[in-house]
Design a protein around this ligand. Structure first.
Ligand code: ZN
Length: 83
């Protein structure tokens, strides 16, 4: 298990048609493939349920995505209502 003392909070991109999470450090887009539940034997020692790893070469920050994912669900819902 890896120990991380520093992590960032992912942000939800505004004005995007599809909910998109941004790295809380460098603001690059977090690939959905790099976002996963913080659970099981690979669990990170972070106080959050959803982890997003930044894939930017010079960043590689560990992001906590809990709040952003809640926002994404909300945004998704509102988009559907709007259509
Ligand atoms: Zn980053």
């Amino acid at each position: 298990m890896s120990e991380y003392h520093d992590f960032y909070v992912a942000r939800l991109a505004e004005h995007s048609t599809v909910p998109t999470l941004l790295c809380g450090h460098c603001r690059s887009i977090l690939s959905p493939k790099r976002i996963f539940a913080n659970d099981g034997e690979n669990r990170y020692s972070l106080p959050c349920d959803i982890i997003g790893l930044c894939s930017a070469d010079d960043c590689g920050a560990v992001n906590c995505c809990d709040e952003a994912m809640k926002g994404a669900e909300q945004q998704h819902y509102e988009n559907r209502v709007a259509v």
